[in-house]
Design a protein around this ligand. Structure first.
Ligand SMILES: Cc1cc2nc3c(=O)[nH]c(=O)nc-3n(C[C@H](O)[C@H](O)[C@H](O)COP(=O)(O)O)c2cc1C
Length: 763
């Protein structure tokens, strides 16, 4: 390939924002290092001029069952159609895949991309990285990016020297040193650490050596507190190191400064009693994390810190305000298809009060605004918990009036997708709808928070957590599933500006649900069913999901069903609206159009939801056919022949408590819509799962799948159930089809491609 390329192209494909964020960070770091190039989402592949790319860095995640993110499907169609073998002959590639080992098709998209690019002539210049969300993406992503900088110079020329690996200091020891260093400060800000350090008199210089002061137990004579006691009065002022490392003393974002600027008429909102959420509801909010810093030793060198996210988003304050009485607005939310406000028309609790999970079944009135097929999914735009939003606002901005009333535009070059509609938006709506407050933090967020933490000990701890040495504490942070508020509570002197948080918080994503109804049975309505996510983490701290507790609250905490009978709440009169939108690229998990086609439907728990829609549809199709009458001597029997068998494998814990859709399923059996209903009960006398029942039925399954060309659908948990079901299908092929396990797995993958074996899974 000879000569080095003069520029690079980054292509990313992202479903929930991670790959986009990582790709854009690689892009800004590459530019800082003196390279020239461009960064595109895969949907903009035409602009990227693929045939001219010499150095390609591709970052892609997965969705569905090892499928490419929705917005990249056009790119994949293009790649499939492109038959020219040497199309990428001049292209050198490096691929970073984001996946999750809870799914059996781990990082399938990155693997497929590499294979495809190679088959079209591309050469790999740096081995692909396959990151695992189950363990934390950073474990692979950070070292992969670090080594990319060694690999890149071999294929790409630099246009300038750039300003180095990391404009920020790479380890804490260096950072502390930087305070001490007196020569050639680059920053002439009189409030900067370096400038202030210059003015520290010699007798106080030793106290600037933070290495020994930050991390030890307070009873250690060298600990910060103990030493502080012994510091002579004239040096006390230099103990206020907080501002020397990070912010000018007149930091406009500091609580005090901002409070000064609140106009008199808004001062009352500083009194948080006037806030929208009752204090009582906030009591459960904000739990400091349980962390162990015994590994953080005095003077230790910390390394492998992530980069501080580049400052890109700008909050531009407008002269407009919004009234306190106005409802939150979803205008700022970026969705792939337009949002419809759907009224809730019925809510039913499908479980008893003593069931392990609480499951709701909701009916929405969609009028004729949204067309769908059974098995399609739709997105719900749910806000972050209101009391959490308000508590975070109170913590970040001293005036709730600011948060609720003042409007801003979010501006900046190449804003991430989720910020692109943030115009005339209040800070509260940004926190409600735009940024994620509940997903375990990325290291880069913690690194950013460290920049805005004034207490040196807290700052050191934050930096430790995101260093290589502090990985066990980083994992512990993730395991505790903290909200942003919890992190801020753990580090009370951390006061990041909202603007900078926009650069580091992940996007707040809509939640997708399978439709559990057929438009033939319920025209103008969609049904869906979900478990309310509400649990305790390993330290017994309550945690909850975003959309499901919100829906529960919104629909008025519908009473649990009694052991047999459902409680149905007719809520049409209450005009409760849920913002929803049609899922892009729907129709992946839908019924075959030919009703003769037999089906095997496997869906324990709420995995049964899309199949309720399938069954209603087949039931209605049969009714319609019957109502049209038949010909010949046995019209009813002949019509029935037009409908293939349906075997359903369904599971729950206890029949009396969480047998979801019990009445409806039993009616399907009675009227012949379901040929065979196999029920797996896992918490009564025996532990029986759907895969156990399938194993008992291997002969029948073989007959249906091979002899009758049946389609098999699986919906639900990716890890336990879907893997178990896949194993049974492999067993069936090994025992009855004379294949070895490898060939059987290969055949199953072929079936996925031909839509004979379809899965809709979640981790
Ligand atoms: C509904 C869903 C399905 C997924 N399917 C797979 C999969 O089949 N294989 C895999 O390796 N990862 C899978 N993942 C994991 C994502 O690839 C991973 O979480 C990634 O970090 C998401 O990055 P993004 O935010 O850029 O989309 C799935 C995630 C979700 C939410």
């Amino acid at each position: 390939m000879g000569e080095k390329a003069s520029s690079y192209t980054i292509l990313w494909a992202s479903q929930t924002g991670n790959a986009e964020w990582i790709a854009k960070n690689i892009h800004s770091e590459a530019k800082e290092r003196g390279y020239v190039g461009e960064c595109f989402g895969m949907d903009a592949y035409e602009k990227a001029q693929l045939d001219k790319i010499r150095v390609l860095i591709a970052v892609t995640s997965n969705t569905g069952d090892g499928d490419p993110p929705d917005h990249s499907l056009k790119f994949w169609r293009f790649m499939r159609r492109n038959k020219e073998a040497g199309y990428f002959n001049n292209c050198q590639v490096a691929i970073l895949g984001l996946g999750d080992t809870n799914y059996s098709n781990f990082n399938n998209t990155a693997k497929r991309l590499e294979k495809k690019l190679k088959s079209l002539g591309a050469t790999v210049f740096y081995e692909k990285g396959l990151a695992d969300d189950a363990e934390g993406l950073e474990n692979v992503v950070d070292p992969w990016i670090e080594k990319l900088w060694d690999a890149l110079p071999k294929v790409l020329e630099k246009k300038s020297e750039g300003n180095g690996a990391n404009g920020d200091v790479d380890n804490l020891a260096n950072k502390v040193e930087a305070v001490k260093i007196e020569e050639s400060p680059t920053n002439t800000n009189p409030y900067s650490g370096e400038e202030r350090a210059k003015n520290v008199p010699p007798e106080a210089q030793k106290y600037l050596n933070l290495e020994n002061s930050l991390i030890e137990p307070t009873t250690n004579p060298y600990s910060g507190e103990e030493r502080a006691k012994n510091i002579p009065p004239e040096a006390q002022k230099y103990l206020n190191l907080e501002n020397s490392l990070i912010e000018p003393t007149t930091n406009p974002y500091s609580g005090e400064e901002r409070a000064k600027n609140v106009p008199p008429e808004a001062q009352k909102y500083l009194n948080l009693e006037n806030s929208l959420v009752k204090n009582k509801e906030k009591e459960h909010l904000g739990h400091a994390l349980t962390l162990d810093f015994s590994g953080l030793q005095s003077g230790m060198q910390l390394s492998g810190m992530p980069r501080i996210p580049a400052a890109s988003a700008k909050l531009v304050r407008l002269e407009k305000t919004r009234s306190l009485n106005e409802a939150p607005t979803t205008q700022c939310v970026v969705t792939p298809t337009p949002i419809t406000e759907a009224a809730v028309s019925r809510v039913q609790c499908l479980t008893t009060h003593d069931a392990v999970k609480r499951t709701l079944h909701v009916e929405l009135d969609i009028g004729d605004g949204l067309e769908y097929e059974p098995g399609d999914a739709f997105g719900v735009v749910a806000p972050n918990d209101e009391s959490l939003v308000e508590a975070v606002l109170e913590r970040l901005v001293p005036s709730t009036a600011e948060g609720y009333q003042t409007l801003y535009n979010v501006e900046g070059e190449s804003l991430p997708t989720h910020l692109q509609n943030s115009k005339s938006v209040s800070l509260a709506d940004l926190l409600r709808y735009v940024v994620d407050l509940t997903t375990p933090p990325r290291k880069a967020l913690l690194r950013l928070l460290a920049e805005y933490t004034t207490e040196v000990e807290e700052k050191t701890k934050l930096i430790y957590i995101c260093s290589k040495q502090g990985v066990s504490q980083f994992n512990s942070v993730r395991e505790q599933v903290p909200t942003l508020l919890d992190i801020l509570k753990t580090f009370p002197s951390c006061n990041p500006p909202v603007e900078r948080l926009l650069d580091a918080l992940p996007p707040h994503m809509p939640r997708y649900y399978s439709i559990a109804s057929s438009p033939l049975k319920y025209p103008g309505k969609i049904h869906f069913a979900f478990n309310i996510i509400d649990y305790k983490n390993l330290y017994d701290v309550p945690r909850k999901g975003v959309a499901t507790p919100w829906l529960d609250q919104l629909t008025g905490f519908v009473a649990a069903r009694s052991s047999k009978n459902p409680t149905i709440l007719d809520v049409a009169a209450k005009s409760i609206k849920v913002p929803i939108f049609r899922k892009e690229n729907a129709n992946a998990f839908t019924l075959p159009s030919d009703t003769k086609h037999p089906l095997i439907l496997i869906g324990p728990g709420t995995g049964i939801a899309p199949f309720i829609g399938f069954l209603q549809h087949r039931q209605q199709q049969l009714k319609i056919r019957k109502s049209m009458g038949g010909v010949g001597t046995h019209p009813s029997r002949d019509i029935k022949k037009e409908f293939g068998d349906i075997w359903v494998y369904y599971g729950f814990r206890e029949r009396a408590k969480d047998y979801l859709f019990e009445q409806e399923l039993e009616e399907f059996v009675k009227d012949g819509t379901i040929t065979q209903l196999r029920l797996a009960v896992s918490r009564e006398s025996n532990k029986v799962y759907v895969q156990d029942l399938m194993r008992q039925d291997l002969d029948k399954l073989y007959d249906l799948i091979i002899n009758q060309d049946c389609s098999t659908y699986v919906c639900g948990d990716a890890k336990g159930m879907a893997k178990g079901v896949n194993d049974v299908l492999v067993e069936m092929l090994v025992q009855h089809h004379q294949l070895d396990a490898v060939a059987a797995n290969k055949l199953l993958i072929e079936w996925m491609g031909s839509r004979k074996y379809l899965r809709d899974l979640w981790a």
